[in-house]
Write a protein that binds this ligand. Sequence first.
Ligand SMILES: *Cc1c(COP(=O)(O)O)cnc(C)c1O
Length: 421
Amino acid sequence: MNKLMDDILNKRPVFFCNEKCVENPEAYLKTLDIGIENINDAERRMLRFAPLIAKLFPKTDDGVIESPFKQISGMKKLLFPNMKGSLYMKMDSHLEVAGSIKARGGIYEVMKVTEDLLIKNDMLSKDEDYTKISESKIKDFLAGYTMSVASTGNLGLSIGIMSAALGYKARVHMSRDAKQWKKDRLAENGVAVIEHAGDFTYAAMMARQEAEKEDAIHFVDDERSINLFVGYSVAAMRIKNDLTANNITPTKSKPLHLYLPCGVGGAPGGITFGFKHVFGSSVKCYFAEPVTSPSMLLSVMTEKYGDLNVNDYGLDNITDLDGLAVASPSDFVSPMMKYLCDGFYTVRDDDMFRLLYILKETENIKIEPSAAAGISGLEITENTDSDGYHIVWTTGGLFVPDTIYDKMHARGKTLYENSRN
Ligand SMILES: *Cc1c(COP(=O)(O)O)cnc(C)c1O
């Protein structure tokens, strides 16, 4: 057995540099059924919904849900004092409404389904003011439909909160690893929470089967949804403002390096798809997964894609990085990542708690442990010697209750102090 496989099976953090990834993605992207026009279409749809979002969720200001982009010099000084490029953070951990990266894809899918449904029923046209969707006539109409989803936590929050705000009946099938506070938050928002003893793949199967038996239901399929994927990809358009504000012009020799936490693959895959369209060979993308569930890594390495399950490799998919506890990757996203993702790496839970603590101490930024998976990428990919703009994508945290955050912070502090003795 080669060393890489041996390390994976023994749950040691690894980096798999993907040699199949194409250097100039244009030709490959042209072979796909979805392209730049889908990204543009999604961006326009989000803008049509912006007045409605602003009305339903005043914290979003103008109704465009977007996250801060920040240079993180304090953490850089402590962790990577000699790194060559510059270090930034794209803080999807702080996206309003959903409190995680799922605000991009999840909320977009609810928008798309709602727009299609209302147009089909002659209740809306694309040039109207979309705030009318919150009026009782339409709200009552949407109450006749159910939005259903399976989730390890954050996708459920995103779909549940958005659907309930529009008037839908919302139903979330939670896998065993979903945190209690996420279930409580959904229940408080009037969302039906169904708890499963199995993992995400199992919860998704149960939810899909249930949806097939009902009418007037839409199942948001995290493993196959093109809407989710396209919603995430819009991040590549939105980042242009951040880059301009920071005087960043990526080139092939000084590219963007993105470090993206990966679960089923929709979020990092959609973002990678968008960035490769917009920035071509001037962007490199790396996915982070827990050592106990490197499903995307193994699926690309073995070319088994959606048929791969980490349990077959003796890995248990048990991790505190709940958004990332996915044993079997999206069969729609994984084959694409063979050509678009530059590399995959794995992380240990303890290291994520340590980084959660360090990020709070150095930058005063609060994230959940799965969201820290991006940070260790710089080290494990040995990219500290690579020139360019390194962007750690933090993916969740805004809504973590203080009492729970304090416990995670304390765990991280102990680990940090022990690591220095
Ligand atoms: C869902 C999630 C991810 C990964 O997204 P996938 O589409 O499942 O790959 C990363 N981080 C957090 C916090 C998440 O909730």
